[in-house]
Design a protein around this ligand. Structure first.
Ligand SMILES: *[C@@H]1O[C@H](CO)[C@@H](O)[C@H](O)[C@H]1NC(C)=O
Ligand SMILES: *[C@@H]1O[C@H](CO)[C@@H](O)[C@H](O)[C@H]1NC(C)=O
Ligand SMILES: *[C@@H]1O[C@H](CO)[C@@H](O)[C@H](O)[C@H]1NC(C)=O
Ligand SMILES: *[C@@H]1O[C@H](CO)[C@@H](O)[C@H](O)[C@H]1NC(C)=O
Ligand SMILES: *[C@@H]1O[C@H](CO)[C@@H](O)[C@H](O)[C@H]1NC(C)=O
Ligand SMILES: *[C@@H]1O[C@H](CO)[C@@H](O)[C@H](O)[C@H]1NC(C)=O
Ligand SMILES: *[C@@H]1O[C@H](CO)[C@@H](O)[C@H](O)[C@H]1NC(C)=O
Length: 355
């Protein structure tokens, strides 16, 4: 046991010594041209590998090799078939007269750097160095939260991403075409309601893309479309409508002159659907005719419009002209249509005869 231990240690010592003395001091490794007479220092093409993948480090041997080693900066990973690295991700793939290949699994950013294959042959020492570049997919790490602002505010959204190579960050508004910003910051001075929506931040590099979205709501006070007066016959159903545009959605109030109206399921019903409020009169009576005001309110303000519910006496020519869909029952409705069609034909004929 002790002998074995002694031998193991001494073998390592020997290798270190020979590596140090014979051919290299990696820290100050001179980069010499291939034609150098003393030694042969070759630089291989860079190896690009993605984080998490496996990289193979391959070095050709040739001649009669006495010692050979793979180094990560100044530390030996493998000396011949002896593993010196304690890192379980590092292992030997091939060691024969032609090649000496090791692999590093699950590569991480800290593995990036120069790796050196040092070979001692009968004739001369020789090193081959290779630069391993580790790429990392972009990841958005700091993104503005969804927000609601008032119209006219200055808004700044931000999106920070990491990755290797450094990702490019851009912003766009999903409902419109074209880029909004080619920067981590998106600045929107004095925002208008048209610029509300879902903003998308994209971080992209050679490896892949990361995309995240931010919802930007723009609050503004209600505006109402002008109310339309409605004519209804006694005993029929009448509906007044009020439409408001507002963010957040408006609450509605209905007034008859100065008196606020509330649901009274026997006679009236008020229904809101966010944008439109309806005031329905079941079985309109004389006292219902009058002037109604709808007020739309949100936290930023209010707006109102008035409309009149007026009486329509039946039957009238106007209801007849509306055809069978109007108030009448089947029979008189058909008659009404016939009458109006006849009238139209007569008027048409008279018009033609004038020419
Ligand atoms: C290899 O990578 C290094 C470091 O990124 C760079 O300086 C060098 O130009 C690259 N060489 C080749 C051949 O691409
Ligand atoms: C290479 O050396 C660096 C710096 O000492 C270390 O962080 C990294 O884990 C090493 N990689 C391997 C595969 O040995
Ligand atoms: C994100 O950025 C904000 C503002 O610059 C900063 O206060 C916050 O600490 C950052 N969060 C993270 C997780 O980096
Ligand atoms: C928005 O920015 C402009 C110019 O930078 C400034 O004059 C204005 O006061 C800001 N508005 C608000 C609401 O902060
Ligand atoms: C409608 O109202 C009138 C008078 O108020 C009443 O006589 C009638 O029965 C009502 N009709 C219906 C269907 O409720
Ligand atoms: C209805 O009421 C509103 C508000 O009280 C008023 O401005 C409007 O002139 C009235 N309309 C009619 C037709 O009386
Ligand atoms: C309706 O709006 C006018 C201004 O547009 C305002 O003077 C009035 O007080 C409002 N009426 C109600 C009931 O809110």
């Amino acid at each position: 046991m002790g002998v074995c231990g002694y031998f193991a240690v001494s073998r390592k010592c020997l290798v270190v010594l020979s590596l140090r003395l014979l051919f290299l001091l990696p820290a100050g490794l001179p980069v010499r041209s291939q034609g150098d007479s003393q030694s042969d220092n070759k630089v291989m093409d860079n190896i690009t590998v993605r984080q998490g993948e496996t990289v193979f480090l391959r070095c050709s041997q040739g001649d009669v090799v006495t010692h050979t080693a793979w180094l990560n900066r100044s530390s030996i990973l493998y000396a011949g078939e002896d593993k010196w690295s304690v890192d379980p991700r590092v292992s030997l793939v091939v060691l024969n007269e032609e090649e000496f290949t090791i692999k590093i699994e699950n590569v991480d950013i800290s593995d990036e750097g120069q790796y050196i294959c040092a070979v001692q042959t009968r004739s001369r020492p020789r090193t081959t160095s290779v630069h391993v570049i580790v790429q990392v997919p972009p990841k958005i790490i700091n993104l503005s939260k969804d927000i609601a602002v008032n119209e006219g505010s200055n808004v700044t959204l931000m999106c920070f991403a990491n990755g290797k190579p450094e990702p490019t960050v851009t912003w766009k508004l999903l409902s419109s075409t074209g880029l909004v910003s080619e920067d981590e910051y998106l600045e929107i001075p004095s925002i208008t309601r048209q610029r509300a929506g879902i903003y998308e931040c994209t971080a992209i590099n050679e490896v892949s893309t990361d995309v995240q979205t931010v919802e930007l709501a723009v609050n503004y006070p209600p505006s109402v479309t002008e109310g339309r007066d409605v004519g209804v016959t006694l005993g029929q159903t009448g509906v007044l409508q009020c439409e408001a545009d507002a963010v957040p959605a408006a609450d509605f109030e209905w007034y008859r002159d100065d008196r606020r109206l509330f649901n009274d399921l026997d006679s009236i019903e008020i229904e809101d659907d966010g944008k439109i409020s309806t005031l329905t009169f079941y079985n309109v009576s004389e006292v219902d005719y009058g002037n109604y005001t709808c007020v739309a309110i949100n936290k930023l303000g209010s707006a109102n419009t008035s409309m009149v519910l007026y009486e329509v006496i039946e039957p009238t020519s106007s209801t007849l002209l509306q055809g069978p869909g109007a108030v009448q029952d089947g029979n008189s409705g058909t008659m009404g249509t016939h009458t109006s069609t006849c009238l139209l034909i007569i008027i048409g004929l008279q018009f033609l005869l004038k020419f």
